[in-house]
Design a protein around this ligand. Structure first.
Ligand code: AMP
Length: 535
């Protein structure tokens, strides 16, 4: 394809267009019971793009919001924004509407693509808008009521889109924003991470080779689009003509049936989904024979989860991939090898492996100097996947993206504690820098407490927290266990035999389900609210 030949004009959409030429009739996405071929998805996306281009004014910020959830409009919206030459800003109707509104306002988008199910929340976004907006609703048959309701804005429905055929290939620039993703900020105000086209194409180029993706693959999409791992599912699959299979929230309650019904070949989720499936008895030996690859990312991956998963998916290679949004999807990876991996895992957690091509690692002490091989410190990384920083927030960008002493390049501080490998061993993830707590002056890694409890209880879903907060740290440790039943007396004894007194949890809580954040990871900040009158 001519676009591909010219590196400077390569946008994130290029792989999709290439596959649409090669495999026009193969399914590009299956969602809401509908299968859209590459030809069909291309057609809708191009009309959306042409519509944005027709209405766009020079003063617009080149970003388009996609307010759509697990629907054809969500996928067409992402592609349509990119094909218009805009970055996309995913919004999520399962978030509190005030949070969505704040993301929308801060992103300064003047165009928004919305699906039918998210339309009822649009009033909150539209009513207080200072400027007129372009609202594209590809699934809306009759836009007239909305035009009457929002006279200042332009509302384009399904039939209107037919008129937009005049699409121009945008001028791609690798440094332009491909997506702007708001992640939770420690201050409570979401930070907008600006991820450039060249960041994502660097990831995609490596991922399609590493995961040997072909047009015959059927790839899961367990993640909402407000979680950057969703970008991996879409762009890695589309780069090679594979199909993205996006279940509804309800279908995801039984992921096992979803894998079997769709004949998935590639699975990608957070590890806590495995813990839940294990607890619900959904991991039957040989239950998922169609899977050839299983990817996990987003939080520490317990060895016991991998072992249970491999029994259910005996034909699948398992990879633990790691990365913050700021380093674009994932930037290190570790392929599970039953011969080597158990010995390379620490505290029952799978290593995060080696950096992806071109990504440099620096494991640093508090002064940002490199620690010795075998020592631990904060993980910093730089390279082609390092994003552009935070949207309209130079102060936060300067704090997280730094030039370490004696270096000339900018590195991103991940806030993750890792062990610098000895020789060519893998990087080991030891926890967050902030998961180290002080109990009566003793330094305690909550990850270590979790590892001992996990092993003694034979349960994967274990979260330890410091509680209550005192002026000098925390009064003690409390532990939350997901699932059960658990023999707490026996467990306490087993844990006390392995940990010093100050590390033994003072109170134990067993719950059917622990709080998860919007991305499906265990939500540590929400744990104190769960502490009731347990033992
Ligand atoms: P997010 O930006 O929401 O993707 O969160 C990134 C954070 O998730 C990282 O900084 C890590 O703390 C954690 N994380 C992601 N992948 C892994 C992994 N494979 N193992 C351990 N922690 C992970």
């Amino acid at each position: 394809m001519e676009l591909r030949a010219d590196g400077s004009r390569r946008g994130l959409w290029t792989g999709f267009l290439h596959s649409a030429k090669l495999f026009p009739d193969r399914p590009a996405v299956v969602t809401q019971g509908t299968s859209l071929s590459y030809r069909q998805l291309r057609e809708v996306a191009i009309r959306i793009a042409a519509c944005i281009q027709a209405h766009r004014e020079a003063s617009w910020t080149p970003l388009t919001a996609v307010f759509a959830h697990r629907s054809p409009a969500a996928f067409a919206g992402v592609l349509g924004s990119l094909l218009a030459g805009h970055g996309y800003v995913p919004l999520n109707r399962t978030f509190p509407v005030e949070r969505t509104r704040s993301m929308f306002v801060r992103s300064e988008c003047r165009s928004i693509i919305v699906d039918a199910e998210s339309l009822p929340q649009m009033d909150a976004l539209v009513e207080n808008a200072d400027e007129s907006l372009l609202v594209i609703a590809p699934g809306l048959e009759d836009p007239r009521p909305y035009r009457a309701r929002w006279p200042r804005h332009t509302v384009v429905g399904a039939a209107d889109l037919e008129a937009y055929a005049d699409w121009r290939v945008p001028d791609a620039h690798g440094d332009a924003i491909a997506y702007l993703l708001f992640t939770s900020g420690s201050t409570g105000i979401p930070k907008g991470v600006m991820v450039a086209h060249r960041n994502v194409t660097a990831y995609v180029d490596h991922a399609v080779e590493r995961f040997a993706i072909t047009e015959r693959d059927v790839v899961s999409q367990t993640f909402d689009m407000t979680f950057d791992l969703s970008a991996s599912d879409m762009f890695v699959a589309w780069e090679r003509g594979a199909c993205v299979c996006c279940p509804s929230q309800k279908t995801l309650l039984n992921p096992g049936r979803f894998i079997r019904d769709q004949g998935l070949t590639v699975w990608f989720s957070v590890p806590s989904m495995v813990a839940l499936m294990k607890q619900c008895g959904l991991l039957k030996p040989g239950g998922f024979p169609s899977l050839r690859l299983s990817l996990f990312c987003g939080e520490p991956l317990p060895v016991s989860s991998v072992e249970a998963w491999m029994m259910a998916a005996p034909n699948a290679i398992v990879e633990n991939i790691y990365g913050p949004t700021e380093l674009t999807i994932a930037c290190t990876g570790y392929r599970w090898d039953p011969k080597r991996a158990p010995a390379e895992s620490e505290m029952g957690i799978v290593p995060i492996g080696a950096p992806f091509p071109g990504m440099d690692v620096l494991v640093a002490d508090e002064r940002m100097n490199e620690v010795a091989p075998g020592a631990d410190g904060e993980l910093l990384m730089r390279g082609p996947q390092m994003s552009l920083g935070y949207w309209k927030d130079p102060d936060k960008t300067a704090t997280a993206f730094i030039v370490p002493p004696g270096r000339t390049d900018v590195f991103y501080r991940t806030g993750d504690r890792v062990r610098r490998p000895l020789g060519d061993g893998p990087l080991t993830h030891l926890g967050r820098m902030d998961s180290q707590v002080k109990i009566l002056g003793h330094r305690v890694e909550l990850g270590e407490v979790e590892a001992v409890v996990r092993e003694a209880a034979g349960v994967d879903g274990v979260v330890a927290i410091g509680w209550p907060i005192t002026s000098s740290g925390y009064g003690g440790i409390e532990v939350l266990i997901e699932g059960g039943p658990v023999d707490l007396d026996g467990l306490r004894e087993a844990v006390a035999a392995r940990l010093p007194d100050y590390m033994v949890p003072r109170r134990w809580h067993v719950r059917n389900r622990l709080p998860r954040n919007a991305n499906g990871k265990y939500d540590r900040k929400a744990m104190p609210a769960v502490l009731g009158d347990s033992q």
